[in-house]
Design a protein around this ligand. Structure first.
Ligand code: G4P
Length: 529
């Protein structure tokens, strides 16, 4: 049976994100992948573009001031007959809820770890989200050219810290200044690298299997050590298990140096081979398969002020099923409105262009003036609602203090709208008038302050709040809601979508409340849909 053109478009899509702790090498590896994919010609282009950005006038002021990328961008490129969508996840100080949400829109994740440090905090948090969704993860141990931990110790560290089984696909040949290349454990081939001109891909030289005498010529006495290590790894390591991988329970591990291009091609080739094509997604009613002919998708991110002259917002939508084509009619399920869409966009980093079509796995941008919210579903008519887009309990809480007390009404309107859109989370107290803004990254407060100033003409300072812990509250059937709310009114809030929440100063108090109030359930995440 021949495969329809539609099916082959789905089959060749790969949508993934790269996660790492700051400085592990995410930007460098992104750049190398784009380089291999032909999307850029010279290494350095991504960083250069980042630097240029601060000089450009059409970016939100926080970005201009700090020269960083506040928002998740999407890069699409072709590689080996595949159409790859790489979603960037803000990771430095610009870590935000967007970082989490982006992970709901991908089918696989590339985890980059600094081999001199092992697993670090931010990676741990992000991997928790992947595990929740059973997202397949491929690991790249980076910076083997520096003083790295022993490869076996790195694997052990990963298993212990992240609770995920490992299966090495490559093995480093030496490390630090003696790092020469990798042994491909699947092809049983030694890959040495020769330096190339600055910015270009290094030349790979395939030397043969471990038995080759060339290895002794190249490594001298270290050759025997490598042979021993590989023999040990081949004996001790778990074989690759596709089912476990696809459930996010086992991760293939590659070693290399992104900066020097060592091991990057092995990684990319394997990545394309292993990662799944676009996956189905769950709605309140049923599972939606990518092969279904009718269009559907969900919004996982809103970016404001892409062009302040127009005060526009762009909603990033992951296509789940069907084909987007220019001029099609789309139902915005939450509002019930159907409209003709002619201006959906695709991206390469910051550059965007109107697209004629898009397939499952693709990310399209829908320009709007604030009508679209995070987690909104668009279809060709069926009233579906995608789920599994969680809100995560914020870890930082601030009170917005007005510089001009007369702007109270504008402040409330601004906070309500920006938080509904997903820029941060808002908590309105049962008692008192201080609205609390919650976030997972400090930059979210700066973004909100900048947008309140630019879009609502409200100047605020964000002051520390006494709260440190947030839990969403649900009550089991038969629980006396009124009594609970009266007794704990001082701790209770409504979020921007009117969900009941508890904010406390300590985790201990939250646990105490849960234990001492029968029928009261506390949650660290809340489904947006
Ligand atoms: P991030 O996006 O995860 O934060 O990391 P990024 O790629 O920006 O890398 C952080 C630093 O680590 C950069 O150095 C980068 O050049 C360096 N780096 C990345 N991969 C490797 C590697 O394989 N080996 C070595 N030795 N260094 C690596 P920087 O000095 O902060 O920036 P730059 O001046 O090089 O741009």
């Amino acid at each position: 049976m021949s495969i329809s053109p539609y099916q082959s478009e789905i089959d060749r899509r790969r949508t993934f994100a790269i996660i790492s702790h700051p400085d592990a090498g995410k930007t460098t590896i992104t750049e190398k992948l784009l380089l291999f994919g032909g999307a850029i010609q010279l290494a350095g282009a991504v960083k250069a573009k980042r630097a240029q950005r601060s000089a450009r006038s059409d970016w939100i002021s926080v970005e201009q001031e700090r020269g960083i990328s506040v928002s998740t961008s999407v890069m699409s490129f072709e590689y080996a007959d595949l159409s790859i969508n790489l979603l960037d996840t803000p990771g430095h100080n610009d870590f935000s809820e967007d970082t989490y949400r982006t992970l709901t829109a991908v089918d696989a994740v590339l985890m980059v770890i600094d081999a001199s440090k092992g697993v670090e905090r931010q990676t741990r948090k992000l991997l928790e989200v992947c595990r929740r969704q059973r997202t397949p993860v491929i690991t790249f141990m980076n910076k083997l050219d520096l003083d790295a931990m022993e490869p076996l110790a790195l694997l052990e560290n990963l298993e212990q810290e992240l609770g995920i089984a490992t299966t090495p696909f490559s093995w480093p040949i030496g490390s630090g200044p003696h790092f020469k290349g990798v042994y491909d454990l699947r092809d049983k081939n030694l890959v040495f690298y020769q330096s190339a001109k600055r910015g270009r891909a290094n030349e790979r030289v395939l030397v043969g299997d471990l038995a080759t005498p060339i290895l002794d010529e190249l490594l001298g006495s270290d050759a025997a050590r490598l042979r021993e290590e590989v023999a040990l790894v081949e004996m001790a390591a778990d074989p690759f298990d596709r089912v476990k991988f696809e459930r996010g329970q086992q991760t293939p591990v590659f070693f290399g140096s992104a900066l020097n291009n060592f091991g990057v091609k092995e990684l990319l080739d394997c990545f394309c081979e292993l990662t799944p094509k676009p996956q189905p997604r769950i709605t309140l009613d049923r599972l939606v398969e990518p092969e279904e002919p009718e269009f559907s998708g969900f919004v996982f991110k809103i970016q404001a002020n892409m062009d302040p002259r127009h005060r526009d917002r762009v909603a990033f939508l992951r296509v789940v099923s069907g084909r987007y084509h220019k001029g099609m009619k789309m139902l915005h399920v939450r509002t019930g409105k159907t409209s003709v869409v002619r201006n959906a966009m695709t991206f390469l980093g910051r550059d965007r262009e109107i697209t004629d079509e898009a397939y499952p796995g693709d990310i399209i941008g829908l320009p709007n003036h604030g009508t679209i919210r995070i987690a909104d579903t668009f279809t060709e008519g069926e009233p579906l609602q995608f789920t599994a887009l969680p809100k995560f309990a914020p870890e930082l809480f601030r009170v917005a203090r007005l510089k001009d007390p007369m702007r109270q009404k504008a402040l409330k309107k601004g906070l309500q709208q920006l938080c509904e859109e997903g820029a941060a989370q808002l908590f309105r107290p049962f008692i008192g008038s201080d609205w609390i803004v919650g976030a997972v990254g400090v930059l979210q407060f700066e973004v909100i302050a900048a947008r309140l100033r630019d879009e609502y003409r409200v100047e605020v300072n964000f002051e520390q709040s006494r709260f440190k812990v947030c839990r969403w509250v649900t009550l089991e059937e038969g629980t006396d809601r009124g009594r609970f709310e009266t007794r704990l009114a001082g701790d209770l809030f409504h979020d921007e979508r009117d969900n009941l929440c508890l904010l406390t100063e300590t985790r201990f108090r939250a646990d105490y409340i849960a234990e001492n109030n029968e029928g009261v359930l506390l949650h660290t995440t809340m489904e947006l849909a």
